[in-house]
Ligand binder design. Structure first.
Ligand code: IMP
Ligand code: MG
Length: 174
């Protein structure tokens, strides 16, 4: 059966919301630098847009975490596959994530980062699927809460495909 992508959030809707998030974050952090730590690979487009909407001085870092194989559900196994190149001790850290699903990935990552003693540590996610949560995660900034559907585009993939779609689409069998 073929997979078809049904538009769910348009590029325009996403831009509007990301700009609002950037304004809110700018207001909440009068003093920089903010270390924006994006989780590879899914958050790369969100990071690019969000960072340009943030007026506070920011630095861009990436961390690689693997928790998913080729399927649509978490394997429950989480590990750092690419660590930060810098120390975050004493700095404001904002983790930039594409989507919070079970919460397993972020629970793990927040524990790792907390041990490095940042001045502050928060999460900004573009999408949140609260129905799917297995671990409680405190998320400071949420772009959109969405129902339990598998979405792709704007950085999000299914088995590495669809990341370059401008819209966010629901992936369904058709
Ligand atoms: P969690 O550990 O279950 O919260 O998984 C979060 C990660 O799973 C995200 O960073 C995504 O890479 C991936 N993920 C969860 N839901 C989706 C989805 O609907 N589409 C694409 N990737 C997803
Ligand atoms: Mg992914």
């Amino acid at each position: 059966m073929a997979l078809v992508a049904r538009p769910f959030l348009t590029a325009e809707q996403i831009q509007t919301r990301v700009r609002e998030m950037g304004e809110q974050i700018s207001g909440d952090y009068p003093e920089g630098p903010i270390y924006l730590i994006a989780i590879l690979k899914g958050a790369f487009i969100f990071l690019a847009d969000l960072s340009r909407s943030i007026k506070t001085a920011s630095r861009i870092e990436f961390i690689g975490i693997s928790s998913y194989g080729r399927g649509k559900t978490t394997s429950g196994q989480v590990k750092v596959t690419k660590d930060l190149d810098v120390s975050i001790e004493g700095h404001h850290v904002l983790v930039v994530e594409d989507i919070v699903d079970s919460g397993v990935t972020l629970t793990y990552l927040m524990n790792v980062l907390k041990q490095r003693r940042p001045k502050s540590l928060r999460i900004a996610t573009l999408l949140d699927k609260p129905e799917r949560r297995l671990r409680p995660v405190e998320v400071a900034y949420v772009g959109f809460q969405i129902p339990d559907e598998f979405v792709v585009g704007y950085g999000l993939d299914f088995a590495e495909d669809y990341r370059n779609l401008a819209d966010i689409c629901v992936l369904a069998e058709g």
